[in-house]
Design a protein around this ligand. Sequence first.
Ligand code: S2G
Ligand code: ZN
Length: 478
Amino acid sequence: HRASLCKARSGYQMLNPISERIAARIEGALGPRGLVEGEAVAPHAPYGVPASQALHMARPSSTAEVAHVLRICAEERIGVVPLGGATGFVGGTRAPQGTLLLSMARMNTIRAIEPANGCIEVEAGCLLANAQAAAMDASMSLSLSFGAEGSAQIGGALATNAGGFRALRFGSARDICLGIEAVTSDGAIWNGLRKVRKDNTGYDLKHLLIGSEGTLAVICAAVLRLDPKPVQRICAVVALQSEGVTIGLLRQLQGAGAVVSAFELFGEGGLALALEDGSAMAPVNVDAAAHALIEIDADAGSRSLLEATLAKALESGIISDAVVAQSEAQRARFWQLREATTDGIGRAGWIASADVSVPLGELAAYLSDIREGLKQEAGAARFIAYGHAGDGNLHLNLLPAKGETPEQAPVGLDARFYRLCYSQAMRRSGSFSAEHGIGRTKMSALAHYLDPVELALMKSVKHALDPLGIMNPGVIID
Ligand code: S2G
Ligand code: ZN
């Protein structure tokens, strides 16, 4: 009976389902508001948790309470699924039946913001958008930024090492994290909240926890680096001669001395998809082969640098049209177009969606290989490539033909699409999950594509930090 509830684990003791007695213990630790029982009700239900599933959700209000809950779960062999804003794309918070969801939402304070030290200390449940706003109020910039920032929490962004729009200049979540406070799988509290940029005191454990998707420990608070607010951000949308010139344009801008902080590709059909809901006008010729949204962090002279470089690109023909935002409002509208692509994908419903990265110099060849491979496979399905081209990271989406639903796609087309995208990326020393992580939906790809020694090392780390296998069971290492 127990095995049917929680998957038996290779090398791990089987986990128990939560009983009333155990629920009472957890409620005793957290007080009456600390444990919620009931059905997963959308939209608050974490990604993919079936609405009919009865859930126990603990809502700790402090790191000490998280530690107390973890001690109980370790003693009782209860699986624990840490829950942030549930904005992930790979089912990382899809709690198996009988496990305990550990919502960090109540731990949402900004503990300190220190412009002199260039850092902010926040609790895991703090919304990314709130942390960004606090930085802005202090005339600083928290560079982590992605579509779901209004509901994503800092803890989840670190646990998944979120990338987003400015990774090109500032790196992903791991690159801006200076320190972490976490609770280990046996309920110990690790205070690693350091604020310095240089710290070489043994293994860098914060980097082990960042990106571990709740499978090694629970991130409870973090110190994040703040950067000086750029004098201004200048944004442009350009019509590209082809998807193939994308990185060439980026290199021209960087070669001219522009500090490019974002470089997003709208692949063939991507801008049209963003405009489909009629809420915006095309800023440039929408029929061009592809488009890019470019943003540079600028000091006073940079607008002319950007305009001069784009003028050269126009002359050389690698772009056929360009518009530079003349106001903050126009810049915001350009970014709304970028968001509208993700929304358009969601509206169309996707047959398959791959989040891959390849070395920058191979992006063009990779994309044409995928298009070539799809010629036999895709039939009338639409292929949209968009996203963080400046990082070599694209979101590749196979959408149903207009007017069709994903369910009408030929059986197995999704598996063939993933095999094409992933094998071609791995062949080019790339990644089959560039920013969204593994969760529960990419476990088979991890087992298939990852180097066996790497997988064995990950298993050793998992066994060392979570010997009972209670941390987010079924994610990354099973
Ligand atoms: C994108 C979704 C990001 C998000 O659009 O770049 O990674 O969190 C995807 O909405
Ligand atoms: Zn993305």
